[in-house]
Design a protein around this ligand. Sequence first.
Ligand SMILES: Cc1ncc(C[n+]2csc(CCOP(=O)(O)OP(=O)(O)O)c2C)c(N)n1
Ligand SMILES: [Mg+2]
Length: 559
Amino acid sequence: MRGKDNIRTAAEVLIDQLRIHGVRHVFCVPGESYLAVLDAFHDSDLAVTVCRQEGGAAMMAEAVGKVTGRPGVCFVTRGPGATNASAGIHIARQDSTPLVMFVGQVARDMREREAFQELDYRAVFGSMTKWATEIDDPARLPEIVSRAFHTAANGRPGPVVVSLPEDMLSERIAVDDAPSFTPVETSPGPAEMANLTQLLGTAHAPILILGGSRWSQDAADGVARFAQKFKLPVCTTFRRLHLFDALHPCYGGDLGIGPNPKLVDRIKAADLVVLIGGRMGELPSQSYTLFDIPRPQMTFVHVHPGAEELGRVYSPHLPIHATPTAFAAALGHLELPGTSRGQAEAAHADYLAWTETPTAQPGAVNLGAVMVWLRENLPADAILCNGAGNYAAWIHRFFRFRRFGQHVAPTSGSMGYGIPAAVAMKRLYPERPVVCIAGDGDFLMNGQEFATAVQYGLPIIVVIADNGIYGTIRMHQEREYPGRIVASELRNPDFPAYARAFGGFGVAVERTADFPAAFKEAQASGKPAIIRLAIDPEAITPVTTLAKIRAKSLAEKGG
Ligand SMILES: Cc1ncc(C[n+]2csc(CCOP(=O)(O)OP(=O)(O)O)c2C)c(N)n1
Ligand SMILES: [Mg+2]
């Protein structure tokens, strides 16, 4: 309880800092290590979501950071809680997402004895976070929390871990609050924009590639206007499809796993590549084969909010240290001689042709056709979440994302992300339809958070592509060790019954034609829902089958 003399417990000071920094939602699994914080939640207006596993809580906070650009916040207990949560910390790292995780810690006078569940968080999270620290002196709480928010959100965003010794949290102190934080925008300089104008003005086949974080709808619109004015083709990196309207006449497609070969050819033939916001990691660079390292073969402009990322792998001809938001605003003032620079029209025609019609598949449910139905029937404000597995290839290929924040999925390829992300999105945006697409393996990595959806009355719709295998791994096995199947087969529960057991709605779909009715039933139920799709394991990607991969591999290996 707060005293009348403005003396607060450290835990109350902490909650007040969160409110000052604009936090509305916190995700947690409780622990006795931070009871004083839980008690401070009691009197605050923070929306608290209690989760079933810390990995889920951390992924929910990560999803909030992804779509809002401000740190998502989670609270977990020491040792086992923190290590469970590390799955979400890793996603925030790879995906450049602002996240602040608070961890309970043993009392200060017990440290270094390996007391119950004690860990050294600076050491454990040191290489996974932008900053990992512990608060010893409650009087420094406003300062350290302020730094945590700045660090998580500025430059290249990422996770910060703050450890809270139990006895520190219940100390009573008089201390001033910190001012609220604002992420720092880094703008490109006039010299850089002049240089860019010159490069774009003389290029014959330029292309823009969008990726990373620190975007907004305004920034995406700004790039779209610029691209349209000068007919520049634009593509997006792995799982960043939401950065550009797929039906914009300049959109050339998704540079992720299994991209359109015509897009890859277009990039190879480009004489100027402008990469905005992304790191050009392993997946979009097609395993580091698209561009020469360190100096790309074509003129390479790299715009990134983190100074340390410029020149890290690729040495750009023109590095621009800027946030995508500030860079997009600067593009509005950029004039190029003439109007026709690139082959946007041809790139967009290639994209439309590649994504228009579902490919033929073995089995009675065609996941491509399901995606096409969803893209034609979900409203423009719907949010799609997913984790990792081969099933996601059909999302990337056939769903056409139209606006920022519409796709919430891990560039880190972390299974189990879709359910927590969907729960977080529905908690944030109760009025928007939220659909999670999951694999059977993927779903059960965090399926327990379906209980959280039920607990908070969040009618998310989960579509499980159930092929009875860890399909991605089986695909790699067949390619590398044909016919030698091990540890990739799954015996699954009855997923619709699972949904019902949790208090949700469940339905099974055995034929493509039954999907629309099942989806409408799920919507009408008003409950969190699971739609189980019976997917033929042979339908391993939109373009090939397991049998074909095995046969090809056997032929190559002389088997
Ligand atoms: C947390 C985590 N563990 C393991 C992996 C390795 N992995 C990548 S995809 C995959 C299988 C996915 O199976 P499923 O969700 O059923 O989708 P499918 O490939 O069958 O469509 C595995 C095990 C991973 N990416 N993330
Ligand atoms: Mg599977």
